[in-house]
Design a protein around this ligand. Structure first.
Ligand code: ATP
Length: 352
């Protein structure tokens, strides 16, 4: 196993005449601890893949360093880094069996046959694909193919796994089960893993910690619950969560609260609660929850928000009506109403 670290990492691309230099990675400092599952999460184009490829040695940084176990590996080729990378489109050899696909990197490394076969069986056992060893890739499901690709990476016994959206080719249901499998596999093997995704559910489910990226920069690094409950800025607050955090402008601040914390006032037990009349215009039923859309007043500028009510909240609510809602004061978050949108100290809203 190993510690992976990047220091002041910058990667620029030539974006052509029209765009000049593209700062794909713009000064990133990050450490994945020994055995940690670190997820890089961010929207398309934020630089996740470039960061991962730079750690792998597939891209050379413009400046900064990559370290594995305190050794600078910047400039070393990928094969000298004890890493294994699994891409979004994990190309298996279509005419080779699963077994032959898995041992391919070992053959290339001129390992003896008996040793190769022993390793293939070990990796296949870990991933639960022993019964598929004689098949060809076209005879496998998407999830099974993905496990073969992982097994092929695993036989090299890497110190670090780098995974780039390995589940993105799977349908939603398969993705969920493949995610579970990846997680229990990680718990068992404990290899340091850096995992790239734009899918926050995947990130929340898999990551020991999540690094949220935007425009080549890290906005926040922390365990999933911390990223969700205490977002460092408005980017993280609105990128994480479906629907995202509500943000209501008030006196140079933004007052933030998650949809599940905006509730009919009788469900909020606090002497400090502030009344927020909600003029309801639309209600959606999703997985047993009511998503109530409307315009809220009472705490700042009139703003469109959404409330997410669990089925235990039985207050009758109809579109076209106004209801008194509130948020428990412990659930309120405050941000600067400028471009950076950083977390600020709480402001008093007044009791209503
Ligand atoms: P996605 O989720 O869409 O894969 P990403 O977060 O992985 O996106 P990157 O692929 O790292 O993003 O790209 C980051 C930025 O760098 C983008 O603006 C992209 O257009 C640019 N970029 C990436 N590779 C190159 C390249 N070879 N030449 C020029 N620009 C590039």
């Amino acid at each position: 196993m190993a510690v992976v670290e990047v220091r002041d990492l910058v990667k620029q691309f030539d974006g052509g005449k029209a765009h000049g230099k593209v700062h794909a990675v713009d000064g990133v400092n990050l450490t994945a601890a020994d055995g940690e599952y670190l997820v890089l999460l961010g929207p398309s184009g934020c630089g996740k893949t470039t960061l991962l490829r730079t750690i792998a040695g597939l891209e050379e940084p413009s400046s900064g360093d990559v370290l594995i176990d305190d050794h600078v590996v910047t400039g070393l080729p990928p094969r000298a880094r004890k890493i294994a990378m699994v891409f979004q489109s994990y190309a298996l050899y279509p005419h080779k069996t699963v077994q032959a696909n898995i041992v391919f990197p070992l053959r290339a490394a001129k390992m003896e046959r008996a040793e190769r076969d022993r390793k293939a069986l070990w990796a296949a056992g870990l991933l639960g694909i022993e019964h598929l060893l004689a098949r060809k890739p076209r005879q496998l499901s998407g999830g099974e193919r993905q496990r073969v690709a992982l097994a092929r990476a695993l036989v090299r016994e890497p110190q670090v796994f780098l995974l780039d959206e390995p589940l993105s080719n799977l349908d939603a249901k398969l993705r969920a089960s493949a995610r579970d499998e990846l997680k229990s596999f990680q718990d068992e093997v404990g290899t340091t893993t850096v995992y790239v995704t734009h899918d926050q559910i995947e990130a929340m489910g898999l990551g020991d910690r999540i690094a949220v990226l935007s425009k080549g920069r890290i906005r926040q690094v922390g365990p999933p619950a911390e990223i969700y409950d205490d977002p460092a800025d408005t980017f993280v607050a609105t990128f994480i969560g479906t629907p995202p955090m509500n943000l209501v402008p008030r006196d140079g601040h933004l007052v933030g609260f998650r949809p599940e914390h905006l509730l009919p006032v009788e469900n909020v037990r606090s002497a400090e609660r502030t009344l927020m009349p909600l003029a309801v215009d639309r209600i959606e039923y999703l997985s047993g929850d009511r998503h109530v859309y409307g315009t809220v007043t009472g705490i700042g500028e009139a703003t469109r928000v959404v409330a997410r009510l669990p089925s235990t909240v039985e207050t009758p609510i109809a579109a076209g009506e106004t209801h008194d809602f509130a948020v428990h004061p412990d659930r309120l978050r405050f941000f600067a109403a400028d471009e950076e949108g950083l977390r600020t100290d709480p402001i008093r809203l007044g009791v209503g």
